[in-house]
Design a protein around this ligand. Structure first.
Ligand code: OSB
Ligand code: MG
Length: 369
């Protein structure tokens, strides 16, 4: 296939509810969508999962736009591409900027699947017809509110509850949740809010029988995570620390992570995500698919990836209605009884809803040779 045209849309959407992590609160989501078109008129869609501010990683919407416009588009426009795996090779010449790379690569994966008349899930080698999903819940003002929020999602059928924690909002929160929901698979995500000085505190989490604790320590610190894991019976799962197959190998070799959270954007695209999946599968390390509060386009990519066999644990890919008044795809992503039915239409399997999309589009940029 030859990439003939690329369109970037700058988006701005309000989330239904504010989302609070150990870094702070936000509700307005600015992000990029990218559409590629081939010489036959087929299209493919990708989403940049970078946020507007660099709190989760150093990438932002604006750095992604810069990288995509000035470096990545020139590498793919008018180029003959046989398979999307070639894209990550092409992008290998550029350091890091994984979310920017993933935006373009994801669109080309969708295009490739559509052109070859198969689902993106199938193109990736996935086989499941439905995937199990959990939900990630932000920090609430008080624990009683959180318990009610959790109750609602447990009743909706979500297969696992993840709550955000930070120093001062941890032990008491987890104790209260466990008291109210003794049997629900529960986990906590710290987004790097702790250090090794907190070992004694973190050890106390073991009594809550958590499925895992996600990224307790710094994003660039796999050494201390290994030290911490030796002290805990709760498995550690790394999120922010994992940018590649190499990071995964090192974290597993060191004993820093017993479970891996795979986010397509963070690792630079679906090709690398698949490599990490395969590597972990060979070593009996379970993986799950993380979320970045995506619109329907990014969500669809997550669903396709989650059909691979080692996505043993429920991911963070909740239904569209958890985030948005209206999503920009049709149909929207629906969760029933904790499952999403994998779409059977070609490519990402959901149709971009251009009318709804237009309402939230701030700027459109078009690139042709
Ligand atoms: O750490 O997994 C995280 C959201 C934004 C940035 C980082 C994270 C999260 C979530 C929510 O936990 C995932 C989602 O519902 O998309
Ligand atoms: Mg996380």
């Amino acid at each position: 296939m030859i990439i003939k045209e690329i369109t970037i849309r700058k988006m701005k959407m309000m989330m239904k509810n504010p989302f609070t992590t150990s870094f702070g609160t936000f509700q307005e989501k600015g992000f990029l969508l990218l559409e590629v078109k081939d010489e036959l008129g087929n299209t493919g869609w990708g989403e940049s999962v970078a946020f507007e501010a660099p709190w989760y990683s150093e990438e932002t919407t604006q750095t992604n736009l810069h990288m995509i416009q000035d470096f990545l588009i020139p590498l793919v426009l008018e180029r003959e591409i046989g398979h999307p795996d070639e894209v990550s090779e092409l992008f290998g010449a550029i350091r890091k900027n994984n979310m920017a790379k993933s935006t373009v690569e994801g669109a080309i994966w969708d295009l490739y699947a559509k052109r070859n008349k198969m689902t993106l899930a199938k193109a990736l080698g996935g086989e499941l017809n439905q995937i199990e999903v959990g939900i990630s819940i932000g920090i609430e003002e008080n624990v009683a509110d959180l318990v009610e929020v959790v109750r609602g999602f447990v009743e909706e059928g979500y297969k696992r509850i993840k709550v955000k924690i930070k120093p001062g909002a941890d032990i008491e929160v987890l104790r209260e949740l466990r008291k109210n929901f003794p049997d629900v698979p529960l986990m906590a995500d710290a987004n790097s809010a702790y250090t090794l000085d907190d070992v004694e505190l973190l050890k106390q989490f073991d009594e809550f029988n958590l499925t895992m604790i996600e990224q307790p320590l710094a994003s660039d610190d796999i050494i201390d995570h290994a030290k911490l894991q030796k002290e805990l019976s709760t498995p550690i799962c790394l999120d922010e620390s994992i940018h590649s197959l190499e990071d995964t190998r090192k974290a597993i070799e060191l004993g820093s992570s017993k479970i891996i959270n795979i986010k397509i954007g963070r690792v630079g695209g679906l090709t690398e995500a698949k490599k990490i999946h395969d590597f972990c599968m060979e070593r009996n390390i379970p993986v799950w698919c993380g979320g970045m509060l995506e619109s329907g386009i990014g969500r669809a990519h997550n669903i396709a990836l989650t059909t691979l066999p080692n996505f043993i644990l429920p991911g963070d890919t909740a239904g569209s209605s958890r985030y948005w008044e209206e999503d920009i795809i049709s149909p929207e992503v629906v969760v029933e009884n904790g499952y999403i039915t994998v779409p059977t239409d070609y490519g990402i399997g959901y149709v971009p809803n251009l009318e709804v999309m237009a309402k939230y589009t701030v700027e459109t940029m078009n690139y042709k040779a």
